[in-house]
Design a protein around this ligand. Structure first.
Ligand SMILES: [Fe+2]
Ligand SMILES: [Fe+2]
Length: 336
């Protein structure tokens, strides 16, 4: 059964309401995550997507369909995060600073969900956009993902650790079948501004998945061996169920361009990363070496092909964009 820890932490022992004090931070990870997320703040409107029109016109209809519909799918999942995902986590925070971090994440999920519309408005006609949204609001395998996860978020009596698992599976695993397409094009030096938006989203999701996974691990270690074993059974069953559905989704979207197998390799690789965020062992044999090198190249472009921010107007300087490495954000580690 869920406990509403958050409710009690808002009140002092005398029943008064408690102000958040950033001078007394009980979990340093909250503070470092807040700093990282605010430092990497961005807005979709500052990326010149229209510079990608020449590349877009060179794509054939099948490839354009894939681009439009993977972004339709991503819009649905980021909508779910912005509307329900973070709200469900906020009911079970352990520190007030965790609430602040989740507030930041929730807002950025709205930026993510909106940024796909920035792409659609630039590349697609109004009729095409309507068709994409009709599709994402009805397509069975896409809706399965959203509905299964929403069901966990929406239930006030749900185990809060299961809600964290759902969050991490969504962000570190299920998004990646969609991210594959812009990364593939970026690896081929196409649609670089579209890809820039996706890389900014990916950079956020990387921190979100690590942070929420860390909070999961804090709660999980307090459970008994028996509870942990039962929980793992549920977690792996849920992952298999999502993966089976993902196979159907990927074939539906990608068979027409022949990319399904390599997209699924990428998805399995990221499913392992989701488990890693949760402090669990990998499930699938796939590693980074198995992923299409063009896509891995797309992920790491901040340092190789071109300067990611050179196309963004003056006065909008951000830190260097680069793919998160397993080692460079060990926020689950003990204090240095
Ligand atoms: Fe997101
Ligand atoms: Fe996220």
């Amino acid at each position: 059964m869920a406990t509403d820890l958050a409710y009690y932490q808002k009140l002092l022992s005398n029943g008064n309401y408690k102000a958040i004090n950033w001078d007394h931070v009980s979990d340093a990870i909250d503070k470092s995550t807040w700093e990282k997320l605010t430092e990497q703040f961005w807005l979709d409107t500052r990326i010149p997507v229209s510079n990608d029109m020449a590349d877009w016109r060179n794509l054939d209809d099948d490839h354009r369909w894939v681009v439009g519909h993977v972004f339709g799918g991503l819009t649905l999942l980021d909508t779910l995060q912005s509307q329900d995902g973070l709200q469900s986590l906020r009911r079970h925070v352990v520190t007030p600073h965790e609430t602040a971090v989740l507030n930041n994440i929730q807002f950025m999920e709205s930026v993510h969900a909106k940024s796909y519309s920035t792409i659609f408005e630039t590349l697609n006609t109004p009729d095409e956009i309507n068709e994409i949204f009709d599709w994402s609001d009805s397509e069975e395998y896409l809706q399965n993902k959203a509905k299964w996860i929403y069901k966990l978020y929406d239930n006030f009596d749900e185990d809060p650790l299961k809600q964290k698992v759902a969050n991490v599976f969504l962000e570190t695993f299920l998004f990646y079948s969609g991210f594959y397409t812009p990364l593939y094009y970026l690896g081929h030096n196409q649609l670089p501004n579209v890809a820039e938006i996706i890389k900014l989203i990916l950079r956020d999701e990387s921190v979100h998945g690590t942070y929420i996974g860390y909070k999961f691990q804090l709660g999980f270690k307090d459970r008994s061996d028996k509870e942990q074993a039962e929980f793992k059974d549920w977690m792996f069953d849920f992952l298999y169920k999502l993966y089976e559905n993902e196979e159907n989704y990927v074939h539906l979207v990608y068979d027409q361009v022949g990319w399904s197998d390599e997209v699924l390799t990428f998805s399995r690789y990221n499913a392992n990363k989701a488990l890693m965020n949760l402090g669990q062992d990998a499930l699938f044999p796939d590693t980074a070496e198995d992923v299409n090198p063009v896509v891995m190249n797309g992920i790491s472009t901040g340092t190789s092909n071109h300067d990611f921010f050179s196309q963004v107007g003056n006065g909008y300087r951000l830190g260097q964009v680069e793919a998160m490495q397993d080692t460079d954000y060990d926020i689950g580690e003990p204090d240095d």
